[in-house]
Design a protein around this ligand. Structure first.
Ligand SMILES: Cc1cc2nc3c(=O)[nH]c(=O)nc-3n(C[C@H](O)[C@H](O)[C@H](O)COP(=O)(O)OP(=O)(O)OC[C@H]3O[C@@H](n4cnc5c(N)ncnc54)[C@H](O)[C@@H]3O)c2cc1C
Length: 430
């Protein structure tokens, strides 16, 4: 008689979870089920490009069902809402259609091993008016909403334009998302001008980037944040540091120093947290931003059959502090989690995760790329800029694609990308 296979559920098919499901599926040693609330995967660091229209996710998104079939795992569409550790089940919310008709009732799936990889959402720190008036860039739906509203603003401006009239866009948070989106907006306006949007030029755009800390890109070396600040200012972005937003209204942002920043469109990209429903989910230990606290083996502190990886995990670093919420960390954690799950199944000792920081690159659209390479790539910490930086920036996405598709298919995808750059418009226009 055949013994039933161990059932491994991975919740969240993002930068970490999808790579893990792909690796485990190939191994074919257990029954692998990937659960995601969306039908398709788009690598999250591309969201600001979707928001500005420089990337069409209709072309780049990957169908979970197709990928699951090709890599020997199962896919279940659904949103996790709870974990029952005693009965080793997870609960998925009911699914409704656009009209609110029930399609699939609430359901439970049982597991032997569970991996939580459901990422993070923006943290508005309870700031008044933010949920109502600002757009977050947490998923493709929100990126589309920004894109549609931006295009509407540009369209109405190009029809009505008068002297001194401006398109005011405010972005809160001077991290990579805020900085990269600011630059993408200038690329978008240049492209739209070239496609015939009348009266629309760089001067029409008034982008304000607001950061509460002393400098933008606070997680990166000071030289890089200075270089990025300089590049943004050159493009025309008003960069406000040491500026705390206290409230968002329909017509703009209010700051602690009582300044009003007028804005027709506002994005909130200041800080992250794991989703609120994760707070003490299943009685597991969580921190103040709802992340699951894990041991260096990536097992949650209170249940060794539940792992957490990526942004939703709070993982201590050997040298102190915690692993940052980054795509490279999610990628590395997926690799170790894969090895540790196999070790657990084979009764071997589990390894500890050591975060390797290869540096950070920030893309200022086609205008520039700045960043630093660190540790294992170069000796010490080296600042890079321009074409080399752009190449390394793109290579982070390539690594993700290689982990999912292998070298040959990734090569073919790069070829299709090059052809698309010739035959498709530079900017999504609808
Ligand atoms: C605009 C932007 C730019 C960025 N740029 C960079 C960069 O240049 N470099 C870098 O290192 N990092 C960057 N990051 C951060 C990086 O995207 C994240 O650290 C990384 O994606 C985290 O991976 P993850 O697997 O933990 O989660 P994600 O990649 O966010 O995946 C989470 C998955 O879980 C699913 N999910 C969520 N909730 C549920 C639920 N309840 N039930 C089922 N499924 C669920 C989601 O649909 C998603 O597919 C950027 C982030 C943003 C927003």
């Amino acid at each position: 008689m055949m013994t039933p296979k161990t059932k491994i559920i991975i919740v969240g098919g993002g930068a970490g979870g999808l790579e893990l499901a792909t690796k485990l599926g190939r191994k074919n040693q257990a029954e692998i089920i990937l659960v995601d609330r969306n039908q398709s995967h788009l690598w999250k660091p591309l969201l600001h490009e979707v928001a500005a229209g420089s990337l069409d996710d209709g072309v780049d998104a990957l169908s979970y069902l197709a990928h699951a079939r090709n890599h020997y795992f199962h896919f279940q569409l659904g949103s996790l809402i709870d974990i029952d550790r005693e009965n080793k089940t997870i609960k998925l919310a009911a699914i409704h259609d656009k009209e609110g008709q029930l399609l699939v009732p609430e359901r439970q799936l049982d597991f032997d091993i569970l991996v939580m990889a459901l990422g993070s959402v923006s943290n508005d720190f309870g700031t008044a008016g933010v949920k109502k008036h600002c757009i977050f860039l947490d998923n493709p739906k929100q990126a589309h909403r920004f894109y549609d509203e931006m295009l509407n603003l540009f369209l109405s401006y190009s029809v009505r334009h008068k002297p001194d009239d401006k398109i005011n866009i405010a972005i809160v948070g001077g991290g990579a998302t805020g900085v990269e989106l600011s630059a993408e907006l200038y690329n978008a306006i240049e492209q739209l001008t070239s496609y015939g949007f009348e009266g629309l030029d760089k001067e029409a755009l008034n982008v304000t980037l607001v950061e509460a800390g002393e400098r933008i890109l606070p997680a990166l070396p000071i030289r890089i944040s200075t270089a990025a600040h300089h590049e943004l200012t050159k493009l025309g972005v008003r960069v406000l540091t040491q500026t705390m937003v206290t409230r968002a209204d329909a017509d703009g942002l209010n700051t602690k120093s009582a300044e009003k920043i007028n804005a027709d469109l506002m994005v909130w990209a200041a800080g992250i947290k794991a989703p609120d429903f994760m707070q003490q989910i299943g009685g597991l230990e969580t921190n103040r931003i709802n992340q699951l606290v894990v041991k260096p083996t990536l097992q949650t502190t209170l249940d060794s059959t539940i792992f957490a990886i990526g942004d939703c995990a709070s993982c201590p670093k050997k040298e102190g502090g915690f692993v940052p919420p980054r795509a490279q960390a999610a990628h590395q954690m997926a690799t170790l989690c894969y090895k540790n799950i196999l070790a657990l199944l084979e009764g071997k000792e589990l390894k500890e995760y050591v975060y390797k920081d290869y540096g950070s690159l920030v893309s200022l659209s086609r205008f520039s790329t700045v960043g630093s390479l660190m540790g294992n790539l170069v000796r010490g910490n080296m600042m890079v800029e321009g074409k080399i930086a752009r190449l390394v920036y793109i290579s982070l996405y390539r690594m993700h694609q290689i982990a999912l598709h292998g070298y040959i298919k990734t090569g073919l995808m790069m070829l299709v990308g090059s052809i698309n750059r010739i035959i498709r418009p530079r900017l999504k226009l609808h």
